[in-house]
Design a protein around this ligand. Structure first.
Ligand SMILES: NC(=O)c1ccc[n+]([C@@H]2O[C@H](COP(=O)([O-])OP(=O)(O)OC[C@H]3O[C@@H](n4cnc5c(N)ncnc54)[C@H](O)[C@@H]3O)[C@@H](O)[C@H]2O)c1
Length: 427
């Protein structure tokens, strides 16, 4: 099938590459010309395991190309996936600017399109958005009707950054919200699901995505709540979570105590859901606690550092890891960036290293910190080392170059602990 992908970030590019790998003809669209050029040269603008190889293959065999010309992409596709960002506004509510612009452009292009178009919205949106914002905007811009000229469905994305390729190739479920079956049938034909398919209305599909992420965030905050007591009592939180994880009603994932959740999804989706509760006159008690516990973890971490080495002012601190988790270059809402912010307000001198995320870190922190390209350079003459991301590279580190070998681990990742003063955040 001929496919267009609007917005080629973490979701859009991976979706496009996987669909092109299945033999479909894919056109990726983005407003960012630099991203488009990189994709056409088969150089991924993001870090994801397995992406470089597959991108190269589908660009070389001409199954995937990229453009900034959305109109041309819509003219040449039968199904269009909208994957633009839906970040938070300062008050936590969802910012639909990118989506509104993209939908308007798709509608305008549809006006001149001869054939039928299936439109799949993948961006995360609060319940009511597809029906009340997306559908009217397409009708208004195109002057066309559904399901006569186009069909619209909502298909939330559940991929994990760092495992995005494998999650897209083998999703655990396919959720489709629709009012007619044309688009959903085309979607199923394109993705050929071998997982459970849940077909429902728009707003249920929209809420499934938020409920999914809110539950994951809750698990992490629960693990941190238990972990904080563990630390106080001298108990290893990981022995506790490993044991409870054997209970099939609990499961062993997302129970790692530490610096908490970050990234472009869990914090913003929890905030948008909290905001949706308030909009509808409800009090999101559990979600509020989940967010509060998460926000406190970075402060607890810096407090622990002060307890270990005293005032941080003027101290040389090595921060290992700025990505919000291992396997990605994404630093959006990364707990590490928050830790660095706190260190800087306390007058510390911060030097950072991350195997993949330095480019994005520079974009966030500019010249406020020093950047280095190796673990050894980061540790050189440092008074303290803070481990903020669970990169496997940090398991067996030689801390010999540090001035004072004090290491505080926020991710339960360090395995080689001889010759250092080691402290875990919750263990
Ligand atoms: N990143 C994840 O792990 C993940 C997982 C599940 C769901 N989601 C959701 O998927 C959506 C996309 O997330 P992402 O992380 O891929 O975002 P992203 O910021 O990485 O990518 C969005 C892209 O859309 C482009 N864009 C914006 N407006 C455009 C327009 N009018 N035309 C063409 N391109 C446009 C931007 O330039 C950017 O490249 C969000 O709603 C997010 O919540 C993300």
């Amino acid at each position: 099938m001929k496919i267009s992908i609007i917005g080629t970030g973490y979701v859009g590019l991976v979706t496009g590459v996987v669909l092109a790998g299945k033999g479909h003809e894919v056109i990726c669209v983005d407003v960012d010309k630099e991203k488009i050029d990189r994709i056409n040269q088969a150089v991924p603008p993001i870090h994801e395991d397995g992406l470089p190889e597959m991108l190269k293959a589908v660009v070389n065999n001409k199954k995937l190309r990229a453009t900034t010309d959305l109109k041309e992409a819509i003219q040449n596709s039968e199904i269009c996936f909208i994957c633009v960002g839906t970040p938070s506004k300062p008050d936590g509510s969802i910012d639909l600017t990118q989506l509104e612009n993209a939908v308007k452009q798709v509608g305008t292009a549809l006006k001149e399109k001869k054939g039928f178009l299936s439109i799949v919205v993948k961006s995360t949106v609060v319940p009511g958005t597809t029906e009340n914002v997306v559908l009217p905007a397409i009708i208004h811009a195109s002057g066309k009707k559904a399901p006569e000229h186009f069909s619209l469905c909502y298909n939330p994305e559940f991929l994990r950054e760092g495992k995005a390729m494998q999650d897209t190739l083998k999703p655990d479920k396919l959720v489709i919200g629709h009012t007619d079956t044309i688009c959903s049938n085309n979607l199923k034909q394109v993705v050929t699901p071998i997982c459970p398919v849940i077909e429902t209305n728009y707003k249920t599909a929209e809420l499934i995505k938020y409920a999914n992420n809110a539950f994951l965030a809750t698990k992490i905050s629960f693990a941190n709540e238990i972990g904080n007591l563990c630390k106080q009592l001298g108990i290893d939180a990981y022995t506790v979570s490993r044991a409870i994880g054997f209970d099939p009603r609990i499961g062993n994932q997302f129970l790692g105590a530490g610096l908490g959740f970050g990234g472009s999804c869990l914090p913003k989706d929890t905030a948008a859901l909290t905001s949706a509760y308030k909009k509808h006159g409800l009090e999101p008690k559990l979600l509020k606690a989940v967010t509060e516990i998460n926000d406190n973890q970075t402060e607890r971490f810096v407090h622990l550092a002060e307890k270990k080495v005293g005032h941080l002012s003027g101290k040389q601190i090595a921060v290992l890891g700025t990505a919000f988790k291992a396997g990605t270059d994404d630093t959006r809402e990364s707990p590490s960036i928050k830790v660095i912010g706190l260190l800087l307000t306390k007058g510390a001198k911060v030097r950072v290293f991350d195997p993949k995320a330095l480019e994005n870190t520079k974009r966030e922190l500019g010249n406020k910190v020093e950047y280095v390209n190796s673990i050894a350079d980061c540790l050189k003459d440092a008074d303290l080392c803070l481990i903020c991301t669970d990169w496997p590279e940090f398991k067996f580190i030689d801390f010999a170059g540090m001035k004072n070998k004090v290491v505080i681990d926020g991710r339960h990742i360090v395995e080689k602990k001889d010759g250092i003063t080691y402290e875990g955040l919750s263990w």
